[in-house]
Ligand binder design. Sequence first.
Ligand code: AMP
Ligand code: MG
Length: 406
Amino acid sequence: MNKHQPALTSIDDALAAILQQAVPVQKVEPVALDQALAKILAQDVFSSIDVPSDNNSAMDGYAVNIDDLANKDLQAHGLAISQRIAAGQAAAPLKAGSCARIFTGAPIPAGANAVAMQEVCERINEKIKFPAQLALNNNIRLAGSDIAKGSRILAKGHHLAPQDLGLLAAIGVQSVNVVASIKVAILATGDELIEPGQALSAGKIYNSNQPMLRALLTKLGAEISYCAVVEDSHAATLAALQQAAASADLVISTGGVSVGEEDHVKACVEQLGQLDVWKLALKPGKPLAFGRLGQTPFFGLPGNPVAVFVTFLLFVRPFIKTLQGANGRPLIVPMRANFTRQKSQVRQEYLRVKVQDNASLDAYPDQNSGVLSSTVWANALALVAPHTSVSEGDFLPTLLFSELLS
Ligand code: AMP
Ligand code: MG
């Protein structure tokens, strides 16, 4: 290593320093269930009812008291049907020595303690012959067997997924208290940027970071409060940063964070607040800046879209999760490599990989950090520690997009 170059900062050290600055948002707001997807629960949720609330039938069939099946005469000639109970109806107590026609989801009548599905019963002259043996509670969904009254169904800090909304509705909840949306401002810096829809001209590229960041933030339940493209000048960068900070709980910029003549982010942030710029031991994504604009936290992400994607997932996502009072630590699962790779250098690498059906990993052939297609082909990132080669069959710690992007 060139002795004039400062040592690289490890990912863990940088993340720890960043998360120390994350102060959870205290503001809570009630939202209706149809607005609650991707929000973060601000309190534990307890069930005020049993689910199911009554014993009910898991099958279409006949409800019976199994003691009656021990009666040889009833067993031989069958039991009369004394009532018919469909889902949504109330049941009368079961008349002794009879059975009830019953359908899936219908309440079990008092006095019945098993349901025989219709396929195993025989109907003879309006009577039902049951199988010789029926276990107690056969085909009965017992009250409270899914959710017991008083139990905690969801914990504070939980990121609400579609099935959570189903569960909340199942206990009769109409609205929940969630953490108020984090407001985030996005600045894409660079004179080379033009917007999709415009004609490409010499030296220009389309601004891909902005829509990607918008979507990454939306997935986390954040609200975009300000979004701008900023030319590479001190004045424009300063003005945009000020406007961004005034509108947001968090400001994120892309590009312009190195120390070249066209990179103005560092000087402007230092003018408005304070900034740490790290050379991370991370590939892709070497330069990363974190600081404050006045009191507003600020991330200066690299310009390169692949590096933006990876640094967002590794640093911004946990930061936002912590602001939301949620757990930002990603799930990491070991998966077997189907490929070999030369020894990595001083930086920890996050390879764009695809998890195959048998939980083994293929790697995108071009791992260059300029290749955004790699993130589209991939469905996971596999971690390769510094100075480590990969042989086929090695297990690599892997982060799944299905988890990181939900
Ligand atoms: P910079 O750090 O500003 O030098 O940017 C590094 C690389 O990322 C350059 O090749 C930029 O053209 C590219 N880049 C910066 N911002 C964006 C953007 N919003 N969309 C796509 N590429 C970008
Ligand atoms: Mg630039």
